[in-house]
Design a protein around this ligand. Structure first.
Ligand SMILES: [Zn+2]
Length: 160
């Protein structure tokens, strides 16, 4: 926080506060275009190559703060928020693979030659960390809109 922010009594917007939505006529849903404008266009304008790292950290912080207790709760949340249709499989001890179909961030884009869904990767890592109590890293190995794949696929490995 800079000095000017302190002087005017800067108060961070917390998740609980941000989720208080009162829009009697418009309701709680927005078009995906608005989310993608902020997540892809604005973040890359502001942060360039660092946008992915910022998005990953933001997703991870959010994932860890949701208080999710098990995988079913996480899958229900993904469905409720329409992040995508999520499938999880175990690739041997300590390795999880998560596939996201119809990803909110990228599904339908003309591929740009790199994975785009760092926010989702961070979110998944943060949730798995809070469920399992271990440090986890998620790496996006396939991406619908970024690379032209069928799903956005994330490999999760335990960080020692
Ligand atoms: Zn993707």
């Amino acid at each position: 926080m800079n000095d000017k922010a302190k002087q005017v009594g800067f108060e961070a917007v917390r998740l609980e506060n941000a989720l208080q939505v009162v829009r009697p006529k418009l309701g709680g849903d927005i078009p995906i275009a608005l989310f993608r404008l902020v997540r892809l266009v604005v973040m890359e304008d502001l942060f360039g190559h660092a946008a992915d790292a910022q998005a990953y950290l933001a997703g991870k912080q959010l994932g860890a703060s949701l208080g999710i207790k098990d995988l079913d709760q996480f899958l229900a949340l993904c469905e409720e928020l329409k992040i995508g249709m999520v499938q999880v499989r175990t690739d041997g001890p300590g390795h999880l693979h998560v596939d996201v179909h119809e990803c909110v961030t990228c599904s339908g884009l003309t591929p740009v030659g790199r994975p785009l869904c760092a926010f989702e990767g961070g979110l998944i890592a943060g949730v798995v960390e809070s469920i399992e109590g271990v440090r986890v890293r998620a790496r996006e190995v396939t991406c619908i809109g970024g690379l032209g794949d069928a799903t956005c696929g994330f490999e999760l490995t335990i960080v020692k």
